[in-house]
Structures are given as C-alpha cells and as structure tokens.
Design a protein around this ligand. Structure first.
Ligand code: FPP
Length: 248
C-alpha cells in the first residue's frame, strides 16, 4: 500500500475531492445481510477515506451522504440512516477535532429530522476552528434545488436593486450557492459501477475529472483512494485549451 501512496505527487493534489458513496445495499446483499449492515460498514470507509485525504493534504472532501431523492427509500432504511448519522456524528467529532478537521454541510438541512439536524449543527459548531481539512457532508442535497435557491437569491437582489442584471456573472452565482467559499472539486469519485451524477454538484463539477470504480463503497479504502488520486494525476487537465498551449 505504501508504494501506491509513494507514487502520488503531493505538489499536484486536487484541492477538493467529491465522492458519491454508492453500493452499500448491494455490498450487504452480497454478504447476505440487511441493507443497514452495508451503511454501517460504509461509515468505516468514510472514516478511512477522511483520514487518508487529510493525511495527504487535500483541503476539502465532500461526501454525498443523503440525497433529496433518498427519502423515497423504505421508511425503515431512512430512519436507520438518520440514526446512523447521529451516532456517527457523536462518535467521530472528537476524532475530527484531534485531526484538526472542520465539518460543514450542504443541502436542505431544515427538513432533516430534529435529532440529525441537532447533531450536525453541534458537530459543525464544535469543529469550526479546525484548519487542516474541511469535510463537507451533502445531506438532503439536490443540485437542482441548490441552483434554484441560488437563482432566487440572485433574483431577489436584482429585484431590490442591490444587484444590476448585467452584474450577474459566474462569481455572483457561485457565491449564492451553498458551496460559496469552497473551491470547485477537481475530482469526482463514484463507487459501485454506476456512472451517473445523480443530481450532485451540477454547477460545481463543470470542469471536474470523473473517476468511476466498480468497488462497492464499504470496500473502498485507503488503497482505492490512492488509486483514484493517481488516476487523476495521470490525466491532462486542459480547460478547453490544446495540449500545446499547456506546455508553453
Ligand atoms: C449508497 O448506497 C449510500 C447511501 C445512500 C448512504 C451513504 C451513507 C453512509 C455511508 C453512512 C453515513 C455517512 C456519514 C457521512 C456518516 P446504496 O444504499 O445506494 O447502495 P445500493 O445502490 O447498492 O442499494
């Protein structure tokens, strides 16, 4: 494992990695267990990948923990996931503090169950002064919802005269999103063999590199993360330019 890590160029790390953690249910089924067993083991991967990202020196790690669409899962599974979140937050806040990691959240947090919201807000408050890495949890998150909310904010400012129509630009819009002050992810990882974006960070991922792996999320550990970073570093990021322009 050390050899994979040693191949990583620490000068060319993505500042922000976003992950769609997928495949907990199928992993559990493969092991003949209920879906929640998969989610519990998914938390182990969350812990390991968070630690690994901080160790490498990545500034932001965003994890898609619960989408707005996930409410349509069986009620028992939703309840178990919300409880798991509360438990994980309670268990892990001291580790986050020990590792100097700040917790943040994006999504429609108002609609989360009271206990989950409370645990989340308390975690955010207790880690707010940490500086090594920011762990962003996307909870009850939907990119289309986020874009509509930002549009309403910008429109409101135009309506009340504090912003001119001609002053709307990418920066103004980015600052109206829940990810304001967070740089766009350079790398998106999705596990479990699915190759969809599933309503995740549609605006912010405009220039990101996508990395898909067949591994289910509970199997995605340090080595898998190093592999994803190495794959990213082997790509040429052109931002619309030609290869020749990049050399000069
Ligand atoms: C996707 O697998 C996973 C989720 C929707 C939930 C992810 C949640 C965790 C890993 C636990 C809590 C997280 C944190 C940050 C504390 P799936 O259920 O869609 O799997 P399937 O596609 O195989 O059914």
């Amino acid at each position: 494992m050390e050899s994979l890590k040693s191949k990583i160029n620490l000068e060319r790390l993505p500042k922000h990695v976003a992950i769609i953690m997928d495949g907990n249910g199928r992993w559990a089924k493969k092991h003949g267990k209920p879906r929640v067993f998969g989610h519990r083991n998914g938390v182990k991967s969350v812990r390991e990948v968070t630690e690994c990202a901080a160790e490498l020196g990545i500034d932001y790690l965003t994890l898609y923990a619960f989408s707005t669409e996930n409410w349509s899962r069986p009620q028992k599974e939703v309840e178990a996931l919300m409880l798991l979140l509360v438990q994980t937050l309670h268990n892990e806040i001291s580790t986050l503090n020990k590792n100097n990691i700040k917790l943040q959240a994006i999504g429609d947090l108002e609609k989360l169950p009271g206990k989950t919201r409370k645990a989340l807000l308390s975690g955010i408050e207790l880690t707010k002064d940490n500086t090594r890495m920011t762990l962003v949890l996307a909870l009850n998150y939907s990119a289309k919802w986020e874009i509509l909310e930002a549009t309403k904010k910008v429109a409101e400012n135009v309506k009340n005269g504090s912003l001119g129509l001609e002053d709307i630009n990418e920066d103004v819009f980015s600052n109206a999103l829940s990810t304001k002050n967070i740089p766009d992810p350079e790398l998106l990882i999705r596990t479990s063999g699915e190759t969809r974006l599933s309503n995740f960070l549609l605006w912010q991922l405009a220039y990101a590199e996508f990395y898909f792996t067949a591994e289910f999320w509970p199997d995605f550990k340090k080595e898998s993360f190093y592999q994803a970073i190495l794959d990213y570093q082997n790509r040429e990021r052109r931002f619309g330019k030609t290869s020749e322009q990049l050399v000069t």
